[in-house]
Design a protein around this ligand. Structure first.
Ligand SMILES: Cc1cc2nc3c(=O)[nH]c(=O)nc-3n(C[C@H](O)[C@H](O)[C@H](O)COP(=O)(O)OP(=O)(O)OC[C@H]3O[C@@H](n4cnc5c(N)ncnc54)[C@H](O)[C@@H]3O)c2cc1C
Length: 462
């Protein structure tokens, strides 16, 4: 278990259990914890470990042991396979470079001793079925995904035990408190958030809860999803989807059940979740340069390079951006929302990234800065959706060329006047300021879920 941290609705786990039942052998779940992962801090490691703690408890209920190892997966996993004489290794899937390197390194070591299977537990239509090539945009992947939904968007089987009790190396007694304290101390620079309870049980509640669940209560607001002054318009599910605390398939299945009541909202949500999400995965899977300028289409790269030396009206340093010290109060609010809340509104993410292109020395610096800040502060960061979001905003990926203009070239432009026409900009800024004040107080009082650190804005870049 590497990317999808849940026991429910997990095709990788279901497949491992079904294979074990056929072979008459037990199953164990293994997670390998690394010390560093793509700028992840206390906010991210804390959320992840608390989610894994729930996984351990829920696995216990079906008699499956959970092991957590620290170090390199290419060492810890093969060694475990040898110690327990495993006959099959089932891995979940990641489209990101580092996740693929880990899996490849493990495979190279165990290929000759054990059968290995990779199961896409993350996407509704498995990545390699959705398309066998890099897609140009939503319009080219949409029908490919939609025509396979009758096959893949189906109810999950119930999780059951593997049938045979684990009789090999006993699972460790995981010292969760000290493990979590360690990662919170290490990554204290970006503390945990308090509004999003980690784990698969909380994720299910956020989706289906009777009081505030997205599909039962809030989906009707989804038509406001592009209005940052009404934040409850969004599902808020991205942190859970990112860590695999919930599956996109479960979200889609439950949303479909209320389609008769809210057809437009449900269709839009499914488009974002399945088509846009699938497109982002497709990009990272088939484009090795998914996070740099070489991954842009040639029309966009050429246009950006022609305008790379255009005079910028204003230039900001990395520190000024990170500290939200620009002349644009809307942009500053978005930056602060990300730093203190850990989740910038989806609409603001586009504006935020495009302004970084406008205010830095060139597209390479803009893209690197946007990705770095996104990964450092967004709870849902380090995700294919994030790399593609930054590439869409700055490099025109999955977009079309627009009327040429300074700095942006043919990349779509956004400005403050457009935002003012679209939503209540002052209302959004006021909401963010209130949230920042509350968060600062909570951090001062030490009432953060466990980390007591304040966000420390550093200049320590990759
Ligand atoms: C510059 C930039 C950076 C971004 N960074 C991230 C990131 O780090 N992590 C992340 O998950 N998303 C990122 N996005 C995409 C999108 O903004 C977020 O997925 C969304 O705001 C998450 O909030 P939500 O779940 O409440 O959204 P909802 O609108 O409720 O969406 C539900 C789900 O649909 C999917 N989705 C929605 N919008 C998109 C999209 N544009 N592309 C792909 N999938 C989408 C996501 O899985 C999302 O959780 C970024 C977009 C931009 C422009």
């Amino acid at each position: 278990m590497s990317r999808d941290h849940r026991t429910r609705d997990n095709w990788a786990l279901l497949h491992a259990i079904s294979q074990a039942r056929t072979k008459g052998v037990p199953v164990a779940v293994v997670f390998n914890l690394v010390d560093k992962f793509l700028d992840a801090k206390a906010r991210h490691f804390g959320f992840m470990l608390r989610g894994l703690q729930v996984v351990e408890q829920n696995l216990k209920a079906v008699g499956i042991p959970f092991f957590i190892f620290r170090g390199k997966a290419e060492d810890t996993v093969p060694s475990f396979i040898e110690r327990c004489n495993a006959s099959l290794l089932v891995m979940d899937y990641s489209s990101l470079r580092i996740g693929r390197q880990w899996r490849k390194a493990v495979c190279q070591k165990v290929d000759s001793v054990v059968e290995v299977m990779e199961v896409d537990a993350h996407n509704v239509v498995p990545i390699w079925c959705a398309s066998d090539k890099l897609e140009y945009g939503a319009r080219t992947i949409r029908t490919k995904i939609q025509r396979q939904l009758s096959e893949f968007l189906t109810e999950y089987p119930i999780l059951e035990s593997s049938g045979k009790a684990w009789d090999s190396e006993p699972p460790p007694c995981i010292q969760w408190d000290s493990l979590i304290a360690d990662v919170l101390r290490e990554g204290a620079e970006v503390p945990e958030v308090s509004w999003c309870e980690p784990g698969e049980d909380a994720a299910l509640e956020a989706l289906m809860g009777k009081a505030t669940g997205f599909v039962n209560i809030r989906i009707k607001n989804y038509e406001n999803r592009n209005d940052p002054s009404k934040p409850t318009g969004l599902s808020g599910l991205s942190p859970y989807l990112h860590y695999g605390h919930i599956s996109a398939q479960r979200c889609a299945l439950e949303a479909r059940k209320v389609r008769k009541m809210h057809p437009k909202a449900v269709d839009t949500f499914l488009e974002e979740l399945i088509v846009r999400g699938g497109l982002a995965e497709n990009f990272c899977h088939y484009q090795p340069n998914y996070d740099n300028l070489n991954g842009a289409w040639s029309w966009a790269r050429e246009s950006l390079m022609i305008h790379a030396t255009d005079k910028r009206e204003v230039l900001y340093t990395y520190e000024e951006l990170e500290n939200a010290k620009t002349h644009d109060t809307l942009w500053n609010a978005a930056q602060l929302e990300m730093v203190y809340y850990g989740k910038m509104h989806g609409y603001m993410r586009m504006y935020w990234a495009k302004k970084i292109l406008e205010w830095t020395t060139g597209p390479e610096e803009a893209l690197a800065t946007a990705i770095y800040l996104n990964d450092k502060y967004e709870l849902d960061g380090r995700d294919p959706n994030g790399y593609v979001g930054c590439m869409w905003s700055i490099c025109g990926i999955h977009d079309q060329g627009w009327k040429e203009r300074p700095v942006f070239g043919k990349i779509r432009y956004m400005n403050l006047a457009g935002c003012k026409r679209k939503f209540n900009v002052d209302g959004y800024i006021m909401n963010v300021n209130q949230m920042v004040a509350k968060t600062k107080k909570r951090l001062r009082d030490g009432t953060a879920s466990s980390s007591t650190a304040k966000p420390v804005l550093t200049t320590n870049r990759r």
